[in-house]
Design a protein around this ligand. Structure first.
Ligand code: PLP
Length: 407
């Protein structure tokens, strides 16, 4: 009989959000009169910015006419969008990124998950803990790890993010080849300073390593001293790939548009030790396995860079950040140490007890759903993540209920 990819059997049995859904489902069927407020899953709640909706409508009308209809577009994305990204997200911040170094896609989840394909299977991985689970699981599926022993996969160098280091891991003493970094961070909401990112770029140069920099939450940064892109760091073009998404910036979680930057100067060695451009490999992968984001969606994404779009995106992210501030202030008043929420839509709360126990407590006593930190890794134990993605009314109601339940 045909055999399965055994690496899949190394994956931990249940997915975090499926576990949460099961517990919430059990609670709601036992307590139909108690409505639950979800501050767990990191999905946005506000509609698309009007500039994006207008562009979507106009592009849909173009698709209805023979003269303006579009079939397959360029796999890497239309030039109109790549040019706008290069100018607004990079040139305007002093970063040298060419439009043809940008690969438009239908999501950062796929890009963060697929990128590992262009690297050898026996490379050394460094992955933060706690972490967005996609980085770990896709490497497990690809066979880059051993078994999961006591909550950690053999063969991964875990970068502990704890209260002791302000939830920003320091560079390790051991060498690694591929390093995953995410700032502003999911789940902790922590941001990395310029000096911290400089240390990572320097480490990668010394070790001839590559940084995979996930900045899906870049548009939430308000502190002017915090870099928005890894390419703001001198030399990062030679060591880093960056992932960006319109999901949390402009409410595109259901519309789907993101992009990955692979600078042409970024190299990795072939079996004979000769440097090969990763840009060519990713281009090959992307054009072989992906057929482009739909024209109306790329038009909607381009509208993010109009004057109206920029103002609306700022309004949207300001709205979630105001929710985040309320959550952080309220949890701090209740005596918990918190990070995040100031430059990120997540608040990471040190609850100093089992994270699933705290999850159950909030669900049963306050009917509020948070995310137990243990689901993001061993170092997430003792913490929960509360997300700012909800209406103001629900956030305020949830915070009142939490305060009454914990007092
Ligand atoms: N990267 C991080 C850190 C995320 O938290 C998420 C979504 O929650 C993604 C990537 C995925 O974004 P997308 O909607 O573009 O797939």
């Amino acid at each position: 009989m045909i055999r399965i990819n055994e690496n899949y059997s190394k994956l931990k049995a249940s997915y975090l959000f499926a576990d949460i859904a099961r517990r919430v489902g059990a609670f709601t069927s036992a307590n139909p009169a108690k409505p639950v407020i979800r501050l767990g899953i990191g999905d946005v709640t506000e509609p698309l910015p009007p500039a994006c909706v207008e562009a979507l409508h106009a592009a849909t009308d173009e698709m209805a006419q023979r003269a303006t209809f579009k079939g397959y577009g360029p796999e890497q994305g239309y030039a109109f969008l790549r040019d706008l990204i290069a100018k607004n997200d990079y040139a305007d911040r002093g970063c040298r990124i060419e439009p043809d170094e940008i690969f438009v896609s239908d999501g950062s989840k796929c890009d963060c998950g697929n990128i590992q394909e262009i690297f050898a299977t026996d490379i050394r991985l460094a992955i933060p803990d706690p972490v967005y689970p996609v980085y770990v699981d896709t490497n497990v599926m690809a066979g880059r790890t051993g078994q999961n022993v006591d909550g950690r996969y053999e063969g991964i160098l875990y970068l502990d993010s704890t209260a002791a280091n302000g939830y920003v891991p320091a560079v390790p003493t051991a060498p690694a080849d591929l390093i995953y970094l995410c700032f502003p961070n999911n789940p902790t909401g922590a941001v990395a300073t310029r000096a911290q990112l400089e240390a990572w770029v320097d480490y990668s140069k010394r070790n001839k390593a590559v940084i995979l920099y996930d900045s899906a939450y870049e548009s939430y940064i308000r502190d002017p001293a915090i870099p928005h892109s890894i390419y703001e760091i001198e030399g990062a073009r030679d060591v880093a790939i960056e992932f960006r998404s319109f999901s949390k910036t402009a409410g595109f979680t259901g519309t789907r548009c993101a992009y990955t930057v692979v600078p042409k100067t970024l190299m990795a060695a072939d079996a004979a030790g000769r440097p090969q451009p990763l840009h060519a490999l990713w281009n090959r992968r992307h054009t072989t396995k992906f057929n482009g984001v739909s024209y109306p969606v790329q038009k909607a994404a381009a509208a993010v860079f109009t004057e109206a779009g920029k103002a609306q995106v700022k309004g949207l992210t300001d709205f979630y950040l105001a929710n985040a501030r309320l959550i952080r202030e309220s949890m701090t008043r209740l005596g918990f140490a918190c990070v995040g929420g100031d430059n990120a839509p997540y608040i990471w709360i040190n609850v100093k007890r089992d994270s699933w126990e705290f999850f159950d407590l909030l669900l049963e006593k306050a009917q509020v759903v948070c995310t137990p930190g243990a689901g993001f890794g061993k170092c997430g134990e003792g913490h929960v993540r509360i997300s700012a993605f909800n209406s103001r009314e629900n956030v305020e109601k949830a915070l009142d209920r939490i305060a009454s339940a914990l007092r």
